[in-house]
Ligand binder design. Sequence first.
Ligand code: ATP
Length: 594
Amino acid sequence: MPHAFRVDLRGVIDLLSSHLYSSPDVYVRELIQNSVDALTAGQIPPSVGAVVVECHERPGSPPVLSIDDEGIGLTVDEVHELLATIGSSSKRDNLLEPSQDYLGRFGIGLLSCFLVSDEIRVITRSVRGTPGVSWLGHSDGTYDLRELDETEGRSRPGTTVWLTARAGFEDHLRPDTVRILISRYANRLEQPIVLRTSSGEEVIGGGPLPWTERGRVDLLDWAQAEFGERFLDAVPLELPAAGLTGVAFVLPESPSPAARQRHRVYLKRMLLSDTVDGLLPDWAFFVRVVIDTSALQPLASREALYEDATLAAVRDGLGTALRDWLTGLAQGDPGRLQALVRVHALALKALAVHDDELLRLFLPWLPVETTLGRMTLEEVLRRGPVRYASSTEDFGQMAQVATAEGMCLVNGGYTYDEELLIRLPDVLVGVDVECVQPEDLAAVLRPVSAGDEATAQALTRRCGPVLEPFACGVEVRDFSPSSLPCLYTAGDDARFAREIGETAQVAGTFWGPALSRIEAAAIDRREAVLVLNWRHPVVRQLAGPAADDVLRTALEVLYLQALLLGRHPLRGRESALLSGALGRLVEGSLGGPR
Ligand SMILES: Nc1ncnc2c1ncn2[C@@H]1O[C@H](COP(=O)(O)OP(=O)(O)OP(=O)(O)O)[C@@H](O)[C@H]1O
């Protein structure tokens, strides 16, 4: 014989309070939601007085809260089936699909009242004309039910729910808290909520959504009052297919792309949460959105959205709306786009990386760092072939010479910049983009004049063996600035070898030998070059009849200087060289042995 499940209500309440709801305060939301749904079911239009919340306070007694609605009410059978059966709801159709009209759907919301009260008393009378019912649910899982005669309970259809504060939860039912909670959850409902307290009666909510029929400045003023922030701009949002309206506010400061998005979402005008994530595409981290929608589904906690195809479609739709707005700005209001780029260049780059049209449109605004200063991509393009360094380290190595040579070299080391530069030939015909490595720099620098070539070659030959132990070649070129005697350029392999070499020194006996072998293999590719500047007087002097030991010491010092200028940490043998070469220099200048 099959047996029925039994439910331990205390266990369920514990589950709700510890794992589902973030705070016991949600009971206010659930009660208002039930009352509004009861009005909807009874087809009663919103009006002042149709839902009344009352705070009853008597000295020496715990606070009591009642909520009264003029909704559809419940019959005795419905009370058994709907109030006393966990998970049972009148708000789903036969296919267990939630009805579009109602706020509730899960059949557990009323249980949240047990978070603040040990008993839930319901006095209800159905519109179907049956006698009224009094139901008293206890948190131990039992309930009492009594049919009322004509002289008892309500005279008109509707429902009143009564809660008495549990010990320790009194504050949750006090007027000041209840006022805040009604305003938080329900102040955008079409149905105004009346709050009655010992100090009088007030009406909360009702009326149109605050973002409808407001101009931009008006919207920004409203948002400032609502969120305490002066946003940069406001983008009206509308997706009729998702019953969605709202606004995207452009943040006044650039947030981290990794920061959690915090959007305010109303579902059928009831607050879901102020901190909804995942509502927009990842690139849209520069806005904070406020929306109301009837199409999205909440999780049972009602504090986050259910991830389904509708949410994915809404995300795409909102992304498209923002993108269209940006396109419109680029074409019609460049001043506003410029203000936006000043703060949110990173977000716009994230967007342009995947969007040809926007990349083309944003060219006059997207900024990059170059050796000639900060420029827009358009300004870079105007200077001819685009040359860039793919990392900030490479850029640092080449910047000094490139600047002196008047070369416009872009730093592609910042987030998205290299990706954008690589995409330029895809969106513009005839654009030439080239990644320049430090080791290429020697090739683009001018060779020495024909008259000096033989002397320079002789110098190169004499210098070669000196830097052999450091796996570094030597070349002589003619470049600006003339105050810079030499330049160390290293490709990826050489840099890798340096890093491995540094690690090998501190890795100890176990890893050290293995790392040294890797270093040796990378060094073999010999991509490091010390480029001597023919314009510098010291280099010219070295090309003269300098003694071998003078040449060696001078070259070692130049090598160390170039490493330090290029911000390359010194390896062990280079540190030793530093003290050795400096010592020899000092001795030499004092007239001692060289
Ligand atoms: N004020 C009310 N008037 C009429 N019926 C009510 C009222 N409050 C609750 N009910 C009935 O009790 C049922 C259970 O309510 P409960 O709040 O637990 O769940 P729900 O509103 O259906 O769904 P959810 O868990 O998503 O809120 C409702 O479906 C409704 O039929």
